[in-house]
Design a protein around this ligand. Structure first.
Ligand code: BTN
Length: 305
């Protein structure tokens, strides 16, 4: 109902009487007033006069009703430990493909390699539950598509040179502005769910704890709409993984890669390797030319440029 009330305000752009709203939506004027009061509490600036109501300003809100066509599959929480946990619970309870779990803040945000992901107000933290009809060994393609589409979306929306860093970080001017964590459950040759979690530094400042990181606000010098970025991203990512073949996704990812043709250090749980990053192969493995001339392929790890 709140979404419908906002739709009317946004379409009409004028004062609308309680009676008109009540007639159009088929609910009582008291109910209309209760919804308006709730919206005001949530940060929507709605002027209430004797003539009716008018939407003056919307906050940069990520409530489900802000995602018109996705309303039923978007879940928003002001603060939770991690969107990965909520998404996993929903996935195990058979939620639909492309369910999206968003948090305003996370108290136990998780990064790759068991790291903590600082998730303060102003950033974008979400996990998408996917059920791709592909064998588990090909799941890396979904991750490569996720980071590649994010780099492209950021480039197109803000006209900045977003790059991908192996395996799935997003860099601008060499600083990390987004990271991806994925979790999967599978039964023999079928993926039960593959959850893709993204943390994007939008209007938050991660530099206090992460000097090598930055945010879109710091880079562009102004606050951005998280809702616009998320809406664009979800539409483009869904379109990319549903409508187009994933066979060439690594090749496409490579066109935005900051990691190739440079010396890197890759740290895994077992070892550290140094060398020239010469390629990412068709399986998503980083191909390193080590100093002794041998070639080494690495499928996971932390990469330092
Ligand atoms: C990394 O670069 O280490 C990956 C960071 C992933 C962070 C996101 S924020 C949304 C989702 N929920 C989490 O707890 N982690 C991911």
């Amino acid at each position: 109902m709140k979404g419908q009330i906002l739709n009317i305000f946004r379409k009409e752009k004028r004062v609308i009487s309680g009676e008109t709203l009540s007639d159009q939506l088929g609910i009582s004027r008291v109910s209309i007033w209760k919804h308006i009061k709730k919206l005001q509490e949530l940060g929507y600036q709605i002027a209430a006069t004797t003539k009716g109501y008018q939407l003056i300003r919307s906050p940069d809100a990520l409530y489900p009703w802000e995602f018109t066509d996705r309303r039923s599959t978007v879940h928003f929480f002001d603060e939770i430990p991690s969107t990965m946990d909520v998404a996993r619970d929903l996935a195990r309870k058979n939620c639909p493909n492309f369910t999206v779990v968003i948090a305003g803040r996370q108290t136990a945000g998780r990064g790759r390699m068991q790291r903590f992901w600082l998730s303060s107000e102003g950033g974008l933290y979400f996990t998408i539950v996917l059920r791709p009809p592909i064998p588990p060994v090909l799941s890396y393609r979904i991750n490569y598509a996720a980071s590649m589409v994010l780099a492209k979306t950021i480039r197109q929306l803000y006209n900045i040179d977003a790059m991908v860093k192996w395996p799935n970080d997003i860099l601008v001017n060499g600083k990390k502005i987004a990271g991806l964590l994925s979790e999967m459950e599978a039964e023999s040759d079928r993926i039960t769910y593959l959850n893709v979690g993204l943390g994007i530094n939008v209007n938050n400042d991660p530099t206090i704890t992460e000097p090598g990181a930055s945010s879109l606000k710091i880079i562009l010098g102004k606050e951005l709409s998280r809702k616009q970025l998320l809406t664009e991203y979800l539409d483009r990512y869904e379109h990319r993984i549903i409508n187009r073949s994933l066979e060439r996704v690594v090749a496409e990812w490579k066109t935005y890669a900051a990691t190739l043709n440079r010396r890197v250090k890759v740290v895994t749980n077992q070892e550290t390797s140094k060398g020239l990053a010469v390629d990412v192969d068709e399986n998503g493995a980083l191909v390193l030319a080590l100093d002794d001339g041998t070639i080494k392929k690495i499928i996971y790890g932390d990469c330092f440029h």
